[in-house]
Write a new protein. Structure first.
Length: 228
């Protein structure tokens, strides 16, 4: 008898999960996440010029635009979905009263770096029934990076300053010597665990934990649409 009730319960649970994905094949999500960009913030102590430095400044501040993620997932069956996602990160470094090579007054200098990530993702759903949807998956894509800089005093010399202060190595080889130039790199993310909880039949809250790019954790809202 106990086995009978367990079998009935498991069958009901499975049918509920199947019905959910079959009734609502399309899910649109908007999220804000935590990435390495998120820790680039706060006040920076001024740097005095010495014999081995080329740049001095009185003070500085680092700030980060909140990480944004837009995703769409299409349910193939009750346990698998595919979709795409677009994410954006940006950090800015503001340096005040910058002196270059002890002679050139650059005024206030602003440096920025941004990343637009476009990718496809596959999700494996489990334990989902009624208004709960749990999943794990993988996201593969490309990150388009951009570097920018400006000076309140000598904006026309920023490329030269950037080249001189940037040094060499792999990072310099990737970015190049020109401000405003972009470059692309592959991006991989493993979504260890995701959870959607619906407060109505269509509108829900979601959260994800993962490692890789573009975020480690995220929270947001989602909207599901019936089969079209």
């Amino acid at each position: 008898m106990k086995f009978f009730f367990l079998a009935v319960g498991f069958t009901s649970f499975t049918l509920g999960a199947s019905a959910q994905n079959e009734d609502y094949k399309h899910v649109v999500s908007v999220q804000s996440g935590v990435s390495l960009f998120s820790f680039f913030r706060g006040n920076i102590k001024g740097s005095t010029q010495s014999s081995d430095t080329t740049v001095a400044f009185s003070s500085g501040q680092a700030s980060t635009f909140p990480q944004l993620n837009f995703a769409y997932d299409h349910g193939i069956n009750h346990w698998f979905s595919v979709g795409g996602a677009v994410s954006f990160n940006k950090s800015t470094l503001q340096l005040n009263d910058v002196i270059y090579k002890k002679t050139e007054n650059l005024g206030n200098v602003t440096l920025g770096i941004s990343r637009l990530t476009i990718g496809a993702r596959a999700l494996f759903h489990y334990g989902n029934a009624n208004r709960i949807d749990m999943y794990s998956g993988v996201r593969l894509g490309i990150g388009i990076w951009g570097v920018s800089g400006s000076s309140s005093a000598v904006n026309d010399k920023m490329d030269e300053i950037f080249k001189e202060a940037g040094g060499g190595g792999l990072w310099r080889g990737i970015i190049g010597n020109k401000l405003g130039a972009g470059f692309a790199m592959p991006q991989v993310q493993v979504i260890v665990f995701g959870l959607r909880g619906y407060v109505t039949e269509r509108i829900g809250l979601n959260g994800e934990l993962g490692f890789g790019s573009p975020y480690f954790a995220s929270v947001g809202i989602n909207y599901r649409i019936g089969g079209l």
